[in-house]
Design a protein around this ligand. Sequence first.
Ligand SMILES: C[S@@+](CC[C@H](N)C(=O)[O-])C[C@H]1O[C@@H](n2cnc3c(N)ncnc32)[C@H](O)[C@@H]1O
Length: 339
Amino acid sequence: MSLNVTAALYGEILKEEEGGFEERVNDAKKFMDWFFYKTGVERNVKDAKIFVAGGTGRYAIAAAEMGVKDISHMDLSEENVRRIQGISDQNKYGIKSIQGNLMDLDLENEYDLIVSEGVIQHLPDPGLGLQKISKCLKSNGSFFFSIYRYGTLSWTISERLRKLHSPADFNEMIDVLGKLSLYDRPIAYSHGTFGRWLLDVLYVPQHGTYAEQQVADTLEESGLSVTSRDNLPALHFSLPTHKTLYFIAKAPEDLAKVNWSAIKVESLYHDRCDDYPVYVNELIDELDAHVEKYKDRSALEKAVFSIGVLTAFDECWRQALFEEAACNRMINYLRKYCG
Ligand SMILES: C[S@@+](CC[C@H](N)C(=O)[O-])C[C@H]1O[C@@H](n2cnc3c(N)ncnc32)[C@H](O)[C@@H]1O
């Protein structure tokens, strides 16, 4: 997919509903607050030089409203950059928001703090992306990032549904979601709406899931230190909320000691395996069989199928039906309604 098409796709996926952005900036402030505390930046917020690597830029606005003076933001989408520049100009925040590809970054020793939330797993080469972004750290600088977590029910389902969809049916899906009023429907676990969440999950060009220990090891091996991480068990299907891993990596005093090219990550596919509980493997089998059945159907039928499966999953969230109950409910849904 060309870079322009990818950028336009993100513009559509991240379109904000009325009033939504302000609320999401407030969420970002809570993260930043924790991040400032963890990294010690809270002692000198106004002198910190911050880079927000990718995303809507809500972290850049949050940082400005928390007193940071030197903030840069880069994202692929023109809409995101225009929105951030507009808010910044209006409020005199002085944010430098740039439209660009993080894979082309060529900076060294530039920032005290870097924030990249919800971006790394979407880069064409997440390991190389991590290298390039980390390299922008100053000595003793900290890099907060999140990355999708291997071992959760949510990604096990969406990875399978993604096989049915391609940019060719994106417009059809946008239409169907609108007709079903799904851009107005809240989702159980975030401020987003069901429609935008579904577009995000099914159409972002890259979408990998990563094992926490592997990411922590690669950062440490390169010479960065991991000062914060989730520390969750490797497989944790019962915690669908932990669909994302959070890390803070800190650069050493002497940057020459870091071997940037040692940072490598590998995406893992949620295949059935003997370590999973039986009900998880049953759900995986059932999903695989249904995806196989739907792969030659029309774009409309595929859209209705995926919307149905993800609605059933969202209902499990609402009712806190995780683990066995959620898997069984999903299996019943597939058998009963998805012929
Ligand atoms: C799913 S969104 C995450 C948004 C994030 N949770 C936030 O609220 O800011 C992924 C973001 O990564 C950006 N992105 C993906 N690939 C990129 C690249 N190669 N360079 C710069 N930005 C990129 C997209 O434009 C989009 O803003």
